[in-house]
Design a protein around this ligand. Sequence first.
Ligand code: APR
Length: 323
Amino acid sequence: MAMRRPKISVIGAGNIGGECARSLAMKELGDVVLLDIPDKEGVAKGKALDLACCAPIEKFDATIVGTSRYEDIAGSDVVVITAGLPRKPGMSRDDLVEVNSKIVKSVCENVKKFAPESIVIVVSNPLDAMVYVAWKVTGFPTSRVLGQAGALDVARYKTFLAWELGVSVEDIQGLLLGGHGDDMVPLPRRTSVNGIPLAELLSADKINACVERAKGGGGEVVKLMGTSAWYAPSSGTVEMVESIIRDKKRVIACAAYLESEYGLGAAKGKGMFVGVPCVLGAGGVEKILSFKLDETEQQFMNKSVGAVKDLVGLVTKMYPELA
Ligand code: APR
């Protein structure tokens, strides 16, 4: 019986898009389509060709196609959206809201038309508001629309903790909630080193320094290289794609649709997307894992949710039809 390989389309063939395509192929998660605007079709095709020639060395079987035609994303199992401007030094993710809303909106109109059965993972910033745009424009069920942020923010958090503790990154368990902005909510109380509570191994000051560095981790990279990060964001994205394609049911922090969870208290159909632990499988977001926050955690969460709400407010002011 012929079984086709999964198909994964990456919209935006820039730094994150290119690195995602490479990693998806290297892990043999499926055939990859790399799409950019007509002006950048050469970049999409050139990166695809260059990546395809890695195959004999890296020993993967996957086709990688570069294109600017949305017809080519038809039948995608997963669509990753990296289209949009990245940050420049001095910019916050929120500064991108106007230009990237327009881009993500136009991309999603095409995703709805050409890949109506796909699971959509948004990477473009400001992340949580862009996932909202994707949801509204595609009209897909909320299980099939999610955003990459937590996977990356958790990875940064674990990296800095592992350095501080002098232990392997593999032995740090940690979680993070909230929007992908300055108000993201790391949860040191729920972080452990193979089950040993973090607070028993590190002083409050040192924990706090790691938390703050994780929060500003994106900005630190922007300051160093003049544009935003792409290796770790791509790794985070591919971790999510892998859990979906291989139906692994990994628990990964993602921007997912919430109404009543985590004290949100939104009316039915009026919820928003914020980072929470999700079970990712073949159905996309198969479950949101909820747990009771303590008072401080809830305060931070409320603040972060408020920031996301403000951004979504800016989006719906520009595009009232998305309200
Ligand atoms: N359709 C498809 N691609 C588009 C569109 C569009 N309407 N508009 C822009 N693009 C493409 C650009 O041509 C560019 O190739 O998106 C790509 C973005 O690539 P980079 O500029 O290298 O940005 P990158 O670092 O990959 O970040 C992309 O992800 O994390 C976020 O903040 C980051 O919003 C940014 C996005």
